[in-house]
Design a protein around this ligand. Structure first.
Ligand code: NOJ
Length: 568
């Protein structure tokens, strides 16, 4: 048993209120993955009217903003991250009028709305790419993409050795013999960001959505748009799943296709576009770069407002490692006056309730299926709740992925013949891909499809035991994951934790993460023995029910987090 003396607080990691003001500095932002959130039409695929119908859930949960993954016109070769028309809604998801209604309803409920922008590549069905295919090598139509002649006497070898992030070569040959670059699927050709028309077009797209009233953009592959001159060979391995842990020693994604200095000119220009609009609008970078000092360059004062902190997501369930990444995150962000972000799950990674139930807790397989190690569901959920309370106790902006407020795990036994992620096909099944974290949400325990759609149809099957996770099975149930998130968000707001500070609390073992944020002491016990709280501590919230020892001291058991207020 560990004894504690949580006062005095000594090691300041991040000062309260530094700097404060704009909404995005401390916002809790909820990711809606439209095809799996709520389906109003009954075709089994979520849609914008479905989102609108459930916005009250998000207001009740207590988040500040919503980020929607792509709903634009798209052949859905990569679930909408292959955009054919950036200015229209795909009929699968509804219409522009549905978008406007959704936005109006969200704003009416006090929720900001961020949309996804996919500028690294278009769909192969985009009018520009169709024109490029119809035109000759060397034509202006081809110049908007990265078409090159092949190597070898007959040009039958790709122009360089780059791999697609989804597996296989990053080049595809067209009938006239040229090749085009695609860092992702062959149906996602990369744009050439040296081309002025490309730059002008995306500034116009930003304005199109800003004119409709959006509050910001999540920028897909923000580190990938500019490639090193000459597209040199590179023997490293590109990945957005493996990424890195953000440490100075990490080695992820340093190839000539990523994190080139020139990319920052684009964000300076976009910063100026957003500044033309009233209110605070935000750009958030999806940039799998390391170390954190490189990531920080995306959020310098004249660039983007936020960058996803994947270093935090990538860190295993290990107290010293988490403390180190938390500290490094504040050091890096504070050096440029940007907020830190926190994120544990999204539509590209195994959900944290499943990752944390693996033998190496927090490790990141690209999907889990039949024959793979199956997570310990109960342990994973227990740790996920502890991790979420740890995250939500930290100042900065936090991202939640739809369903994590229900404690949802991945679908870890999805049949391979139902999989849709191009990464599964392009790796010949070696990687299961991301379908397991994209399964339609359970809203109602007793309805077909758990209330996801009026017909009960769901584009991916939901595991039979998901009734227990349904919103209506948890709403109003004390101690449920949903009510725990709701309480955490309410307390975070009332105690102003989002703009607070972090000071490590002394007197705890190495495997306990303990810090104060304003008047709240957060204690996350990642060790194997219970931790006793300081005498007189008032428990505000805990990820599990806390016990008492014989002396009446409150104990935080293993794999649990408590938020407490200290006496005096
Ligand atoms: C990152 C997105 O989050 C992911 O879902 C997508 O497949 C790739 N970028 C390509 O757009």
């Amino acid at each position: 048993m560990t004894t504690t003396d949580a006062r005095p607080v000594t090691t300041l990691v991040h000062a309260a209120g530094s700097p404060a003001g704009e909404w995005w500095r401390d916002a809790v932002i909820y990711q809606v993955y439209p095809r799996s959130f709520a389906d109003a039409s009954g075709d089994g695929i979520g849609d914008l009217p479905g989102v609108t119908s459930r916005l009250e859930h998000l207001a009740e949960l207590g988040v500040d903003a919503v980020w929607l993954s792509p709903f634009y016109r798209s052949p859905q070769a990569d679930a909408g991250y292959d955009v054919a028309d950036y200015r229209d809604v795909d009929p699968l998801f509804g219409t522009l009028a549905d978008f406007d209604q959704m936005l109006e309803r969200a704003h009416g409920l006090g929720l900001r709305v961020i949309v996804d922008l996919v500028p690294n590549h278009t769909s192969d069905e985009h009018v520009w790419f169709q024109a490029a295919l119809a035109a000759a090598p060397g034509s202006p139509e081809r110049a908007r993409y990265l078409f090159r002649d092949g190597k070898g006497p007959d040009g039958s070898l790709p122009p360089n050795n780059w791999e697609s992030i989804f597996g296989g070569a990053a080049w595809t040959r067209v009938p006239d013999g040229q090749w085009y670059l695609h860092l992702f699927d062959s149906r996602q050709p990369d744009l050439d960001w040296e081309h002025p028309e490309v730059r002008a077009e995306f500034e116009a797209i930003l304005r199109f959505w800003l004119d409709r009233g959006v509050d910001g953009f999540r920028v897909d592959v923000a580190h990938g748009m500019v490639k090193a001159p000459g597209l040199p060979d590179w023997d490293g391995h590109v990945s957005m799943i493996e990424g890195s842990d953000g440490s100075e020693a990490a080695t992820g994604n340093h190839g000539p296709m990523f994190d080139q200095d020139g990319v920052h000119d684009i964000y300076r220009a976009w910063n100026r576009v957003l500044a033309e609009y009233p209110g605070d609008r935000a750009l958030v970078a999806e940039a799998w770069v390391d170390p954190l000092s490189r990531l920080t360059r995306y959020v310098r004062p004249d660039e983007m407002q936020q960058a996803f902190n994947f270093a935090f997501l990538a860190t295993h369930w290990d107290a010293p490692a988490l403390r180190a990444v938390i500290e490094a995150s504040y050091d890096a962000a504070d050096s440029v006056g940007a907020p830190t972000t926190w994120v544990l799950s999204n539509h590209d990674v195994v959900r944290h309730a499943s990752r944390l139930g693996l033998t190496v807790p927090g490790s990141r397989p690209n999907g889990i299926g039949h024959g793979d190690e199956q997570p310990d569901v109960a342990l994973g959920l227990r740790r996920a709740r502890a991790a979420s309370l740890l995250m939500l106790g930290l100042p900065g902006s936090a991202y939640l992925y739809q369903g994590e407020e229900l404690g949802l795990p991945d679908h870890t036994s999805l049949d391979d013949d139902l999989r849709q992620d191009p990464a599964f096909f392009r790796t010949g099944g070696a990687e299961r891909g991301r379908d397991g974290c994209r399964v339609p949400l359970p809203w109602a325990a007793d309805q077909a499809g758990f209330g996801f759609s009026p017909t009960g149809v769901t584009w991916l099957p939901q595991p039979a035991d998901w009734a227990a996770y349904a919103l209506d099975a948890q709403r109003g149930v004390e101690g449920s994951t949903y009510e725990t998130y709701r309480s955490a968000l309410a307390l975070r707001r009332s105690a102003v934790l989002g703009s607070g500070g972090v000071a490590w609390a002394p007197g705890f073992d190495d495997d306990v993460i303990a810090f104060t944020n304003r008047e709240v002491l957060v204690v996350a016990n990642l060790g194997s023995t219970p931790v006793s709280l300081p005498a007189g501590a008032e428990v505000l919230l805990a990820s599990v029910e806390l016990g008492l020892d014989d002396a009446g001291t409150v104990l935080v058991p293993s794999d649990a987090t408590a938020w407490v207020r200290l006496p005096g």
